[in-house]
Design a protein around this ligand. Structure first.
Ligand SMILES: *[C@@H]1O[C@H](CO)[C@@H](O)[C@H](O)[C@H]1NC(C)=O
Length: 454
């Protein structure tokens, strides 16, 4: 009894535990760029310099030195390192000149080079659910001190100065700079879980599945994306246990986004209705005229029922959600539906159904990214099955129609699919990522975007 309960419980647990639908690996390339651009955007240096020039309440004046000023804060060099399980270690190296008047009346100038270090812990914000960096343990390390003071004054005054001032003043002056930079980095995650439209059909939301994890060479963000129809219904990602993982062999420091076939399948479900069509045209691409006469070439019974040729009307209805599959280097879109052919009648009269076929066919998908949306273009791969459901012209061998239907799908139907696919699918919006430069690859059960920086 217990055993059964245990098994049932396990079943329940494995069922509810969803696999991530999308994974993101952020290498040092992106983090470096982000911190650097946050540094530029935050104008942190100007602020630091301005801040340094102010009188600071609570800081005792230094005996023997008056008119203290900080100037020439140098453009900092930033070094980042991943700390596994924690986040990013940040070191900002800069130098500045401190000027003042010594009690002997001379102008004093001290040039200090220093490192500001802190640990940027990666968290998930409880309110927004977004990733967030929080700095901890900010420290100031003096790298070198040079001064123009006469050498006999040096040890005493400078040591005193360093002790009482730099170590007290610099952290409160410099550490907010680290925080200010992080505010800018954190802001660039802000759009990440905002819903993004898929045409008029629905929207996609990249929801974080858990706190991002940090390893020695990247930060990994797991998403359980939410795909919602316009009316608000959520399309569940199939939990088919189709394992996928990052392929090996990407350059150290590089970044990748991986989108699972199950996620793309859910996104395509949004378009299912737009895959239904009625085709009235007589002349389609390279196809022979769409008439009962052409059809009679394959099924002679048609000419008995329609001695004078009538235009054909074709209706395709996709009656199962489309499914995307991926094998290394190859991705297919599986479509199941009905194909019904009608003979048109004179104006005002409804066309007459000739036959209805159940059909399963595959399209080959080619992926690309345009304006930060994932684009798909398809071409017919194979007509897999064709079976007769009903016929008003009597039974016939549907195999005879294989060539005709195959050509029809490629020429008349695939363009309809490609048209619907033009809406494109949104990609996670964070850190100003530009996906247009990404190199795409298909692996087992997933599409990989190898992200390139511009
Ligand atoms: C200051 O930072 C630079 C760059 O990270 C590093 O090479 C240097 O060793 C640091 N100096 C000290 C004294 O920590």
């Amino acid at each position: 009894m217990l055993r059964i309960l245990f098994l049932a419980l396990c079943g329940l647990l494995t069922h509810t535990r969803a696999d991530p639908g999308a994974l993101l690996r952020l290498g040092m390339d992106i983090m470096n760029r982000e911190v650097q651009s946050a540094m530029d955007e935050s104008h942190i240096l100007e602020e630091m310099a301005a801040e340094a020039g102010k009188n600071r309440p609570g800081v005792k004046p230094i005996k023997g030195i008056t008119n203290l000023k900080v100037k020439d804060v140098q453009l900092p060099a930033i070094t980042l390192n991943f700390i596994p399980g924690v986040g990013i270690f940040q070191c900002v190296s800069t130098s500045m000149t401190i000027t003042g008047k010594s009690f002997m009346g001379g102008n004093m100038e001290i040039i200090v080079a220093l490192n500001i270090t802190a640990t940027n812990r990666l968290l998930q914000d409880e309110e927004t659910g977004l990733p967030r960096f929080k700095s901890e343990g900010c420290e100031i390390i003096l790298v070198s001190v040079k001064t123009n003071l006469p050498s006999n004054m040096l040890p005493k005054v400078v040591n005193k100065f360093l002790d009482s001032t730099l170590h007290k003043v610099l952290p409160s002056l410099m550490c907010p700079a680290i925080d200010a930079v992080l505010v800018y980095v954190n802001r660039k995650w802000a759009n990440l879980n905002a819903p993004m439209p898929v045409g008029q059909m629905g929207r996609v939301k990249y929801v974080l599945m858990s706190i991002p994890t940090t390893t020695a060479s990247y930060i990994q963000v797991d998403f359980s994306p939410m795909v919602q129809q316009q009316e608000g219904n959520t399309i569940q990602l199939a939990d088919a246990g189709e394992a996928f993982k990052f392929p090996e062999g990407y350059a150290e420091g590089s970044s990748q986004l991986l989108l699972s076939a199950t996620f793309l399948t859910a996104e395509l479900a949004l378009l299912q209705k737009s895959f239904n069509v009625n085709v009235h045209a007589m002349k389609i691409g390279q196809l022979p005229p769409q008439t009962t006469k052409t059809l009679a070439g394959f099924i002679p019974k048609v000419s008995k029922a329609y001695p004078t040729s009538k235009p054909l009307v074709t209706q395709i209805r996709i009656n199962k959600p489309p499914k995307v599959t991926m094998k290394t280097g190859n991705s297919l879109l599986h479509l199941h539906g009905t194909l019904e052919m009608f003979a048109a009648r004179r104006r005002g009269k409804a066309p007459v159904s000739l036959f209805l076929l159940e059909s399963h066919f595959n399209l080959k998908i080619q992926y690309s990214v345009h304006e930060n949306r994932l684009q798909m273009v398809t071409s017919l791969d194979r007509l897999l099955s064709l079976s007769q459901e009903s016929s008003s012209i009597g039974a016939f061998n549907e195999k005879k129609l294989t060539g005709f239907i195959t050509d029809y799908l490629q020429e008349a139907y695939v363009p309809v699919i490609n048209d619907a696919l033009q809406v494109g699918f949104p990609l996670p919006d964070f850190l100003d990522m530009d996906y247009d430069l990404a190199e795409l690859g298909i692996v087992e059960n997933a599409l990989v975007l190898d992200l390139k920086l511009n």
